[in-house]
Design a protein around this ligand. Structure first.
Ligand SMILES: Cc1cc2nc3c(=O)[nH]c(=O)nc-3n(C[C@H](O)[C@H](O)[C@H](O)COP(=O)(O)OP(=O)(O)OC[C@H]3O[C@@H](n4cnc5c(N)ncnc54)[C@H](O)[C@@H]3O)c2cc1C
Length: 466
């Protein structure tokens, strides 16, 4: 009763900034959700607001500071760690109306974008200029630039091009008190003091609200080829990777590994049409090369595959014959929704390990998972060339105790392998309890100190990461 007039006053002030049409309240909030995979679960929030400019975001945060109103930013809502989950008292700031590509500079090879631009739209726009933004992943059709930066997303080409961090030249951010920090320079080199943008990249909406960014681009590849390769042992997979790095030099842009049972499930998405290789081997590699000479590049790939076969590094392989077929092959790996649909109470893992230890780790945890009667299936695949493996574990019960048991099983061996509990998805809510498996208490204390310095009232994405 006491809160009601306060929240009404707060919403009135927000409405003055945005207008009625850019705020959802009451029953209309519940029509939205906190994640693309939870569309049936009504969103819990005080309101959802849709700013159209940095200035509006700043004014919203000024009012939030005045009312001590906690805020959760929603981008494309594709994160894997619960970082867009909300409580009923929180305000959701959706970035979907800040979706303009403002400038493509073909000389500096940069693009200036608003945070709500969808990654796939960015890819298509720069492609028309003969340029490329290399960060790409399965969620590119929904994930936004702001979300990609806030999670420092990795994806399918990190091995060759690095993570999002490598491609951010400038950022504009609104702090918890409404201050706008705008540094939208197109500079590759700028050692004039601390590189402040790094505080926000990968901070999962806890340090500031990203409103615009300058991203670096590169020349688009003139050719792209994809092969699917069947391999019998992990030692051969490692040998194959080493050989491909040497034989293809910079042309190798993707090397994804899929375990046998997961491949069998993944190809289900093709519904029997155009399956690249039959199920039979222990491992499947999805490999991509990029280059400048379409005819020669394909020939080179075919040549190195024959050589790899002669060296005993692979059992079978096939190269996509057309762009359409390449997309078809990549769909196997990218359409994670297809796997999720086969699971109940799915838990998603994204661990990092030294490449040489991946097989040992997967064998150790598989043995333990197989002994848990409630675990009905699990899938293993990942960005092997980056030492990054994803697991999806499904169980029939879905209570907290089984979830915790599975989390412990996956995370607790990682310190002895020198691994990380999160290669690229972040911490959010789901991995918060396990942060100490990856980071020392001194590191966590420093993270908390930075957070409390920048956001002393803990208004931005409270309770996430730390
Ligand atoms: C099918 C699928 C495949 C994926 N594959 C990969 C992969 O290969 N590699 C990888 O790294 N990730 C992958 N992801 C997860 C990835 O982290 C997210 O997809 C994406 O980077 C998040 O972008 P988003 O716009 O959806 O952000 P959201 O999910 O909306 O938000 C993520 C976090 O960022 C914050 N945030 C969002 N926008 C802003 C902003 N403008 N300012 C400040 N904070 C903000 C949110 O508060 C939240 O904490 C995948 C996800 C799916 C569903």
């Amino acid at each position: 009763v006491i809160d009601q007039p306060k929240s009404n006053m707060f919403l009135d002030q927000i409405e003055m900034i945005l207008g009625k049409e850019n705020i959802l309240t009451g029953g209309r909030v519940a029509e939205r959700s906190h994640h693309i995979w939870c569309l049936g679960q009504p969103l819990q929030a005080l309101a959802v607001v849709f700013p159209r400019s940095t200035q509006e975001v700043s004014e919203i945060m000024t009012v939030c500071k005045e009312h001590q109103q906690p805020v959760v930013v929603h981008g494309g809502m594709t994160n894997m760690v619960g970082s867009t989950e909300t409580k009923g008292n929180e305000l959701v700031i959706s970035m979907e109306k800040m979706n303009k590509i403002l400038e493509i500079d073909t000389v500096s090879m940069t693009v200036l974008v608003e945070a709500g631009v969808i990654i796939e739209n960015l890819h298509q726009a720069v492609d028309k200029e003969g340029l490329m933004f290399p960060v790409t992943y399965g969620a590119k059709g929904s994930a936004q630039v702001g979300g990609m930066i806030a999670t420092n997303a990795g994806g399918l080409r990190v091995f060759r091009y690095g993570m999002t961090r490598n491609w951010v030249l400038g950022l504009e951010v609104v702090l918890a008190d409404g201050t706008i920090i705008s540094s939208l320079k197109k500079l590759v080199k700028d050692n004039s003091g601390l590189d402040l943008k790094q505080l926000f990249i990968g901070s999962e909406g806890t340090m500031g609200i990203i409103t615009r960014a300058v991203l670096k681009l590169r020349l688009a590849s003139k050719s792209r080829n994809t092969a699917v390769i069947a391999v019998e042992t992990y030692a051969q997979v490692v040998g194959l990777l080493q050989y491909m790095v040497e034989a293809l030099e910079g042309a190798l842009t993707g090397f994804e590994l899929i375990w046998k049972d997961t491949y069998a499930a993944m190809i289900g998405v093709l519904q029997g049409k155009g399956v690249p290789l039959p199920v039979g081997s222990q491992f499947y590699v999805l490999m991509e090369t990029s280059g400048t000479d379409p005819a020669m590049d394909r020939e080179l790939l075919e040549h190195v595959l024959v050589k790899a076969f002669e060296k005993g590094l692979m059992q079978d392989g096939t190269v996509a014959g057309s762009d359409h077929e390449q997309q078809h092959f990549w769909r196997i790996r990218e359409d994670v929704d297809h796997l999720v649909a086969m699971c109940s109470h799915d838990q998603h893992f994204d661990v990092s390990l030294p490449i040489s230890l991946i097989d040992q780790y997967i064998s150790e945890i598989s043995e333990k998972l197989n002994k848990i009667p409630e675990v009905d299936r699990y899938f293993v695949y990942g960005h092997m060339a980056d030492g990054n493996i994803h697991l999806i574990v499904s169980n029939t019960v879905g209570n907290l105790s089984i979830k915790e048991k599975i989390n412990q099983l996956i995370y607790s061996p990682l310190p002895k392998y020198g691994g990380s509990i999160s290669a690229e998805h972040g911490i959010g809510l789901h991995k918060k309890r396990y942060l100490s498996y990856s980071r020392s208490s001194e590191e966590i204390a420093l993270m908390k100190l930075l957070k409390t310095t920048i956001d002393p009232s803990n208004l931005l994405n409270p309770g996430k990461i730390f």
